[in-house]
Design a protein around this ligand. Structure first.
Ligand code: F0G
Length: 376
């Protein structure tokens, strides 16, 4: 047997691909290195020739992909001597910001839409000691405020308009190509503020040493200028899926009052609009929408048929893929779906839609035995 080297987080793992130096003080909780799980039962149920994998980002330290971006954003803020960070959030960014700020010993300020974030996420931000401002408005209102405050107050913005967030998040693509030994044919993910689709595309582009206009750090020559040795030759088609009540890309512009059960992507005015469109166009992919019913059905299917528990927004990636398989748009090939956050984030929705209610019985042998025999 060989001992494994201790995994110390994605900055350490991918330091040659990230904007850091040897003296950068890394703020990490061991994020990244998440499982890529091949779906068996759902693929059988769908009777498809496609191979479907899910990248289970819910297994990051705070339970979502935001940790990949936050380790970079907080590391760079800390390196620059910043004492405080701020973000607007539908929940997960606030949880990650709060945790990484705690780790760095700096202050986190978070703006969340009152009553519209899942309980688990609120508990995290509170527990990590963030200063929480519940606004009487939605995520887009919060984002606007944060951009204005960021210009005046001594705080670093850690939303995905911070290019370091995107740099950290691009590492998901590196992990996937390393594990598959190639790029998948398609990569599906939920789209809210559109930072993550941008980050995925940059990661895949760098892995293949190809230019992309999605990279904000390489504005000078209009494309990402990564010049390393390519890990793989191809790039996937990027498939972005939005919730139907919050689908500005489908409406061709901002949506004033976004609404969806998938509160994480209840966003009407995505900040990375142009970068996301570049990802779609350069990759030859598409953006589409799923209804809340389709999203919840996919969430339940993953939990019941594969043992994978993700939050509603995360299931939008699989919901979209299922829809496109049924429509004959996806016929074969390797498809990776990002499952962006853990199901435990949103226990209320999970309990509301689960098929089995707990049975209350006497604490007696016969009662347990009867329950088993009548439910086998
Ligand atoms: N899935 C989950 C679970 C999310 O929390 C988010 C975004 C997305 C998907 C969409 O990613 O914004 O990069 O397109 N959540 C942000 C937040 C907005 O505040 O936690 P995106």
């Amino acid at each position: 047997m060989q001992f494994k080297t201790r995994y110390t987080g994605l900055i350490d793992r991918y330091r040659d691909f990230l904007p850091i130096t040897d003296s950068t003080p890394i703020v990490s909780l061991g994020e990244g290195n998440t499982p890529l799980i091949k779906l068996n039962n759902i693929v059988k149920d769908l009777n498809t020739a496609c191979e479907i994998y899910v990248k289970y980002e819910g297994l990051n330290p705070t339970g979502s992909f935001k940790d990949r971006g936050m380790t970079m954003a907080v590391t760079k803020a800390f390196e620059a001597g910043s004492k405080a960070i701020i973000c607007a959030s539908t929940g997960n960014t606030s949880a990650a910001a709060a945790a990484y700020a705690a780790r760095a010993g700096i202050k986190a300020f978070v703006l969340i839409p009152e009553g519209k974030i899942a309980m688990g996420k609120l508990a995290q931000a509170m527990m990590h000691g963030a200063m929480i401002m519940q606004i009487k408005g939605n995520f887009d209102d919060g984002m606007q405020l944060v951009k204005e405050i960021g210009e005046k107050a001594p705080v670093d913005i850690v939303n995905s308009i911070n290019p370091y967030r995107i740099q950290g998040q691009k590492t998901i693509a590196f992990e996937i190509v390393e594990e598959l030994g190639q790029a998948p044919d398609y990569h599906a993910l939920p789209v809210g503020n559109a930072g993550n689709i941008t980050a995925h595309w940059i990661g895949y582009s760098e892995a293949a040493n190809k230019n992309t206009k999605s990279c904000a750090l390489c504005k000078d020559d209009g494309g990402c200028t990564y010049h390393g040795t390519p890990l793989v030759s191809g790039r996937p088609k990027m498939l972005g899926y939005q919730a139907a009540g919050a689908a500005p890309f489908m409406r061709g512009g901002p949506v004033a009052n976004p609404e969806t059960v998938a509160t994480a992507i209840r966003i009407g005015n995505p900040q990375s609009w142009d970068f996301a469109l570049a990802a779609k166009e350069e990759s030859g992919g598409w953006i589409d929408e799923c209804t809340d019913a389709e999203i919840l059905a996919a969430q339940k299917m993953l939990a019941e048929r594969e043992g994978v528990f993700c939050e509603p927004a995360s299931a939008t990636s699989l919901a979209g893929v299922i829809k496109d398989i049924k429509a004959g748009k996806l016929k074969e090939g390797k498809i990776v779906c990002t499952l962006t956050g853990h199901g435990l984030k949103d226990p209320d929705i999970a309990i509301q839609q689960s098929s089995t209610d707990p049975l209350t019985i006497p604490a007696e042998f016969n009662a347990v035995q009867d329950a088993i025999l009548s439910n086998l």
